[in-house]
Design a protein around this ligand. Structure first.
Ligand code: KIV
Ligand code: ZN
Length: 524
């Protein structure tokens, strides 16, 4: 029988640490739900001591999903960290605490200023302390404790073996081997894991895990090499999100193991058709776009343009396709609906695409579909996805909504925007502004009405499907008092999409009481 690889997702911890990717608690709960649906075995929900927000998110995720999967909290080798993590995880039926301490000579000398003996002593003491704390709960017989020697890939092998052996002896049930700075290569990483297997006397008492960063673009390859050498847990993130070049991408690892089962002879518990929906959700929430040719979840991942490929595909798909799009929940640009498609056909299509909408959300999306069908002859699956992602399930409080907007641009005119917004208390406010172009004018106008000063830090427009009448999706980010807020808008008119996206980001800033100018927001 083949082994099952434990998929440990750290999108909400290591992924969220990536600049500009921070999520609030409601967004983290949405991602956690998608991870549960996807079938991940362990969700690393955050670093509870890092901030009250991190603590709250781990606690809520533990309360809501801790009976469906294992919820993990990160802690340094310090009692305060471990106590805080354990407090956040109290309500999870299945809880894990992940403690870490750096072991490489560079980290020992420059960061920790600790000798090898001190590192071993601290790691052992804190793993034991974690086990003792967790064992105070009557339903826990074997505490689920993971230890990570940070920067393991650059640690002297014999010292790494000593730390791993002693932390297993102290009670660690998983030993994670991080390549913290993405320095390893596949053969090197294979040798590290093999060396641990051969030289740590009690290695069979714990699960070996990989945690690879992608600085050299090798995170997935290194993790797979780890599996070949005997690792049975992989730490990864959706879309490979993470600091710098990111972590190993969950979707790529899972599909490599699934597609090449003949080679790896292992399985996972991942419900692979949920891969693309999870990828879209994380991209939507973090504002981090997925590159078009990204393996598995990119827009082009299953598109065959070359004539010779298309010819082969028509004869037999296996000539050029090693995975079926539906097995990863990939949605192409199938022509599906038009102006005369009814409510039933639309609901049917939305459900086929994997969405479960409340009646209220369905109505919003259906209204948007009708409005779009008036402007656009053919509606594609990708259009429907853009509409659903932008209209439904949003936790964003709409302090202001657009009532009307008008822009003027072109050669020989001063670009101008006139916008009317409705406040949540019912007041309607109108403003006009000029700018470098109509988009700039519209953004200035919005800031004036809302009373928030923001700096645009990211702005992308993409065409959701094909054709001149395609929906344009604008994703943008603003900086307000040092915090980043993302916004997204879709429309066949990219100025309208930009205006919606900017207002969404401003509404998020207002919810956090950021950037309000005194005597502004029209006195509201
Ligand atoms: O990259 C790393 O070393 C980490 C540890 C906390 C496991 O993220
Ligand atoms: Zn990491």
């Amino acid at each position: 029988m083949s082994d099952v690889i434990t998929i440990f997702d750290t999108t909400l911890r290591d992924g969220e640490q990536s600049p500009g990717c921070s999520m609030d608690t409601a967004e983290k709960l949405e991602v956690a739900k998608a991870l549960v649906d996807l079938g991940v075995d362990v969700i690393e929900a955050g670093f509870p001591i890092a901030s009250p927000g991190d603590f709250e998110a781990v606690q809520k995720i533990a309360q809501k999903f801790g009976d469906q999967t294992t919820i993990c909290g990160l802690a340094r080798c310090r009692k305060e960290d471990i106590d805080r993590a354990w407090e956040a995880l109290q309500d999870a039926k299945n809880a894990r605490i992940h403690v870490f301490l750096a072991t490489s000579s560079i980290h020992r000398e420059f960061k920790l200023k600790m000798a090898k003996e001190e590192i071993v002593r601290r790691a052992v003491e804190m793993v034991k302390y974690t086990c003792d704390q967790m064992a105070t709960r009557s339903d826990i017989t074997v505490p689920n404790v993971e230890f990570s020697p940070e920067d393991a890939a650059r640690t002297e092998l014999d010292f790494l073996c000593e730390v791993v052996e002693k932390t297993i002896e102290a009670g660690a049930t998983t030993v994670n081997i991080p390549d913290t700075v993405g320095y390893a290569t596949p053969n090197h990483f294979f040798k590290v894991i093999s060396y641990l297997k051969e030289n740590v006397s009690n290695i069979d008492k714990a699960v070996i895990s990989t945690h690879c960063h992608n600085d050299l673009g090798l995170a997935v390859a290194n993790s797979l090499a780890g599996v070949e050498a005997g690792a049975r847990q992989i730490e990864c993130t959706i879309n490979g999100l993470g600091e710098r070049a990111g972590n190993a991408a969950l979707e790529e690892l899972v599909m490599a193991l699934t597609t090449r089962k003949d080679y790896f002879n292992v399985t996972t518990n991942i419900n692979t058709p949920k891969l693309c929906p999870a990828s879209r959700l994380v991209s939507k929430i973090t504002g981090m776009a997925v590159q078009r040719n990204k393996a598995i979840v990119g827009q082009n991942a299953f598109a065959h343009e070359a004539g010779i490929h298309q010819h082969g595909m028509l004869q037999d798909r296996s000539t050029y396709e090693i995975m079926r799009p539906q097995d990863v929940g990939y949605v192409g640009t199938n022509l599906v609906l038009g102006k005369h498609s009814g409510r039933h056909a639309f609901r049917d299509r939305v459900e086929t695409l994997g969405y479960e909408l409340t009646d209220e959300d369905f109505q919003k999306v259906f209204d948007a579909f009708i409005a779009l069908a008036d402007k656009k002859k053919e509606i594609f699956d990708s259009d429907i996805i853009a509409l659903v992602d932008n209209q439904s399930g949003s936790q964003i409080q709409e302090h202001w909504k657009i009532k009307s907007f008008h822009t003027l641009g072109g050669t020989g005119t001063i670009p101008t925007a006139t916008i009317e917004l409705v406040h949540e208390n019912g007041d309607v406010v109108q403003e006009a502004a000029t700018g470098d172009g109509p988009v700039d004018a519209a953004f200035k106008c919005l800031e004036r009405i809302v009373g928030v000063s923001a700096k645009l830090t990211d702005y992308n427009v993409r065409s959701v499907s094909s054709g001149k009448d395609a929906l344009g999706e604008v994703s943008l980010a603003i900086d307000v008092e040092g915090l980043t807020f993302h916004g997204k808008g879709v429309s066949t008119d990219v100025i309208e999409a930009s205006t919606h996206g900017y207002l969404q980001a401003l509404n998020k800033a207002l919810s956090q009481n950021r950037g309000r100018r005194k005597n502004s927001e029209k006195g509201l």
